[in-house]
Design a binder for this molecule. Structure first.
Ligand code: SF4
Ligand code: SF4
Length: 128
C-alpha cells in the first residue's frame, strides 16, 4: 500500500484510535467494566493490530461503501493477519473471538466518521 496513505494514517492515528474506542470498544463484549480490553485473541485485538491496513483499505476505495469495504478487508487485511490460515480460514474468526470480524460494520462507521470530519476541515480551510 502507498506511502501517502501511510503518512496520512501516522498523522491522524490518534483520531482513528479514538473513533474506534468510541464507536466499537464502547459496544464490545470484551470490554471489561474497568475499561480494559479482555480480548481472547492471543495476538491482541484485530482492529488495533491492523488499524493501518483498515484505514488504507478505506482510502483506496473509490466510494466508501460497506459491502466493498468488507470484501477488501477480507482480502487485504485478513490475508496479512498472523492468525490467518491457508484457505482463508481463521480459528479466531470461527470462535467469534476476533473483534475486527465481529464489529466490522462499526469499524467502517468509525473510519468513515474520521474521514468525513477531515474532509470537512479541508474544505473549510481551502479558499472558495
Ligand atoms: S476486543 Fe477490540 S474492540 Fe473489543 S474492547 Fe478490545 S480493543 Fe476494543
Ligand atoms: S478474522 Fe482472523 S484473520 Fe481476520 S483480522 Fe480477525 S483474527 Fe485476523
Amino acid at each position: 500500500m502507498g506511502k501517502k496513505h501511510r503518512q496520512h494514517f501516522l498523522k491522524y492515528r490518534s483520531l482513528y484510535e479514538e473513533a474506534i474506542r468510541r464507536h466499537v470498544c464502547a459496544k464490545c463484549v470484551d470490554l471489561g467494566e474497568d475499561g480494559f480490553c479482555r480480548t481472547k485473541d492471543p495476538q491482541g485485538c484485530g482492529i488495533f493490530r491492523n488499524l493501518l491496513g483498515l484505514v488504507e483499505v478505506a482510502l483506496n476505495l473509490h466510494e466508501l461503501r460497506l459491502g466493498p469495504y468488507i470484501r477488501a478487508v477480507r482480502s487485504h487485511v485478513c490475508s496479512q493477519c498472523v492468525n490467518s490460515m491457508p484457505g482463508e480460514k481463521c480459528p479466531i474468526r470461527e470462535s467469534l473471538d476476533c473483534g475486527l470480524d465481529r464489529y466490522l460494520g462499526l469499524v467502517f462507521e468509525a473510519i468513515e466518521a474520521v474521514d468525513r470530519s477531515l474532509q470537512k476541515e479541508k474544505s473549510k480551510s481551502s479558499p472558495s
